[in-house]
Design a protein around this ligand. Sequence first.
Ligand code: NAD
Length: 258
Amino acid sequence: MSRLDGDVAIITGAAHPQGIGFAIARTLLAEGAAVSIVDLDPEACVAAGKRLEAELAERGVEAVAPLAVAADVRDRGALEEVVARTAERFGRLDILVSNAGIAQPRRIMDISPDDWSATLDVNLRGMLNLAQAALPRLSDGGRIVAIASIAAQRGGGLLGGPHYAASKGGVLSLAKSMARELGPRGIRVNCVNPGVIITPMNATAFDAETRQRMIDAIPLGRFGTPQDVADVCLFLASPQSGYLTGTAIDINGGMHMH
Ligand code: NAD
């Protein structure tokens, strides 16, 4: 018996094989969940689904074939369609992972109105959109996991600008309000705060010298991996975290302690 047998999950921003969402999808699938992969590009979603099936088969893991559905998290109607298709395919809905996000390096005076809207709309409104689209179908006892960021805790300064940090601060705050309101339904809402995780978002953002300086400041002596984040998301989506709600877990190798 695996930890998520019979559960059904929707994961946004999950199409890139080197991204955090893909690792979360792989991890939840390996623990017995059925998963809908959501991202912007339909072909990338389908390719991700096939790749996940192949990777798990290669490891000898029996997993439910993922459903690939393209949607923009800024569009609540598109997410309602994702929820409808997920329920139609898998019959239920138990876990939401709000992972889709964008990060723009900017200084305060360089943040344009469009930058602000794009960042807040994807990173924060996208989380609300997913919850609003899914809550009518989400099972009592469901779990919502949102990917916030160390940027919200330490005033940015890594890759995303102040608007990115503010959007992730909003994620932490929205998660607490959702946890309070949804607790009576047994729905738990928690966040993770990744530190620096090497993914397509930041793979080319730092030169070798900067990378080394950053690593030297991390007590565990390395950047994080998407799997480091996925393992904690699995915990938050599983019964093992049954008394956690409205909280956030840091995944930063000790880079920021508070
Ligand atoms: P990534 O760029 O690989 O993943 C983000 C995914 O979201 C991409 O696949 C992208 O296509 C998708 N996406 C973007 N806009 C979307 C939209 N409007 N609708 C649907 N999908 C959309 O980067 P990642 O590092 O894997 O990021 C995953 C999450 O982790 C993000 O929320 C990011 O802010 C957060 N995070 C990352 C780090 C890090 O160091 N990589 C640190 C802290 C937090």
